[in-house]
Write a new protein. Structure first.
Ligand code: NCD
Length: 326
């Protein structure tokens, strides 16, 4: 295959396992470009990517922007505070106005679940969801899959444990869907107030005790408490959360000694994870960040490159002529 079935990437829920594998293989092929002295190849020359970030972001925004630039696309962006949203413009009007400028891709982060889905109905451009409210964050789940596959060589039959604010985390939702679609078993753990009642419908097992939840885990993913999405405090204090659900050297003694430690960032050191765990040999947190650029390059090229050039090997071969790239 060299195309996704949908024109947009709105969630892992819309992707089939063969499409996920195709994106991961593409990202793997494109990743080498990031190690070249000149990190730029031409396949998206003349294409325009608009980055619409209506919520704070460091990693996701920068890596989408870098991914587009690495592939030679023109990029422009706007944040909520600098846009006409603060003057009362509706999302549909924003969509229509952006469409009138004829971009090829709109990468969108928004505090409201479903906002990129609405946008996709009003534009001809491909829409990539860069995180919508508590719903989904598909590129994060894809980079998580890529990182696990890179370190453990496979995605099927693994035990993945996700600890934290599962209720409000779009990363948790996309990761549960992504890892189960690829054949792994997912366990979620966190304070009862932060676990959705219907989580098992997504295929995840719920365990309330961290030591129990990380036993036999091949991968431990810690998540930030999403205070900005909670109407009221769901835990007595950060300190109490750290005591019962934080990952530290003592809790790790209950885990498989080879378990990978992951976190989508931003980390609250000392809350969901102690600093020594965040920086330990088994932590692959910075690999997640690097793979994020590769996955986003893959998404852009799969959505935009001409069919005969969508074979990522062609992009890489065509553009190099050697180590120095185009
Ligand atoms: C996550 C997000 O925005 O959902 N961060 C990210 O994109 N790397 C997780 C978070 O904010 O805690």
């Amino acid at each position: 295959m060299n195309r996704l079935r949908s024109r947009h990437v709105l969630g892992i829920s819309h992707l089939e396992p063969d499409e996920i594998t195709y994106i991961l293989d593409s990202a793997e092929a494109l990743k080498g470009i990031l190690d070249r002295p000149i990190k730029k190849v031409p396949p998206l020359r003349g294409r325009t990517v608009v980055h619409l970030f209506f919520e704070p972001s460091t990693r996701t925004k920068l890596s989408f922007e870098l991914a587009a630039k690495r592939l030679s696309a023109d990029t422009v962006g706007i944040t909520a505070s600098a846009s006409s949203v603060v003057k009362g413009e509706t999302l549909i009007d924003t969509a229509r106005n952006i469409e009138a400028m004829k971009p090829d891709v709109i990468v969108m982060r928004h505090p409201m679940s479903g906002a990129p889905h609405i946008m996709s109905r009003y534009v001809d451009a491909a829409v990539i969801n860069a995180g919508d409210g508590t719903n989904e964050h598909p590129s994060q789940a894809l980079l998580d899959l890529m990182t696990v596959r890179q370190h453990l060589g496979r995605l099927d039959g693994l035990n993945i444990t996700i600890i934290g604010d599962i209720l409000h985390s779009r990363v948790a939702h996309s990761d549960i869907l992504a890892f189960t679609k690829m054949g792994s078993r997912v366990t979620v753990c966190g304070p009862a107030t932060m676990l959705p009642p219907d989580i098992s419908a997504l295929g995840a097992r719920v365990i309330y005790c961290v030591k129990e939840a990380i036993r036999d885990a091949d991968v431990i993913i810690a998540l930030r408490i999403q205070k900005e999405r909670q109407g009221r405090s769901l835990i007595p204090s950060s300190r109490e959360y750290a005591t019962f659900f934080g990952i530290n050297r003592q809790t790790l003694e209950y885990a498989n000694p080879d378990a990978l430690i992951m976190h989508p960032g931003p980390i609250n050191r000392g809350v969901e994870m102690s600093p020594d765990v965040a920086d330990c040999d088994h932590s692959v947190i910075l690999d997640q960040v690097t793979n994020g650029v590769a996955v986003r390059m893959a998404l852009l090229s799969v959505l935009l490159a001409e069919p005969e050039r969508a074979d990522q090997k062609n992009i890489v071969d065509e553009s190099t002529g050697g180590e120095h790239g185009a």
